[in-house]
Design a protein around this ligand. Sequence first.
Ligand SMILES: [Zn+2]
Ligand SMILES: [Zn+2]
Length: 254
Amino acid sequence: MKLTILGSGTSVPHPERASSAHWLETSAGTILLDISGDAPHRMAQESLDWPNLDAIWISHFHLDHIGGLAPFLFGLRWAPQTQSRTKALRIFGPEGLRYIVETINDSNNYKLFEQRFAIEIAEVAPNAGFEILPGVNAETLKTLHTKESLALRLKDEDWKPFVYTSDTGLSEDLAPFAKDARLLLMECSFRRNKSVQKHLELADAMRVARESAPEKLVLTHLYSEWDHIDLVAEARALWTGETIEAKDGLTLEF
Ligand SMILES: [Zn+2]
Ligand SMILES: [Zn+2]
């Protein structure tokens, strides 16, 4: 698998970190993990094959995770690169996803679903399983963030799991869900003394890492309080495994 960090930041504008978006290539196809408003252009900047993207995962409805969906569908409709596309684009997310996309669509007759190929929306339940790509099974976990927010665990017969927490507070369920991942992509919004319970700070994230023991840990969703801080060194003091700081444009093969 190959992961490309498109946006390692948050909803707050930042000069080097776009809002949440991560591109995952698997042998069964490509998945975009969250689609911030920045995501459509970031895919093009990284020369990714966005016209043939197979699936989009929306973890929750904060706009730094879903804000680029309607613009991307609008762009696909007009893009010369998609005029010969026939395969469906599948969009997975929590219950309520269809209502949001349809409401935006109806607000100005955007015709987001009138494409040369099918746009398929699938709403998935918390703590449930579904097939996200042919032969790739996904499981969800309800997270402590918004009423609909979900973490995602991907698995096929050949690989160890890939886990994406997206935005979450610390809960007892998180480490068991992330257990033994080949790569754990986890939020680490804050450095210390977090002012909200619905995100992780470094000590929380490293506790999950210690308990779940991933082969590789990538920390993302970084607020500007991380600017000029050696995140990897601070992480190493709390867990001896491999921690990687997400940076826009970073690619990892695993
Ligand atoms: Zn967020
Ligand atoms: Zn959020």
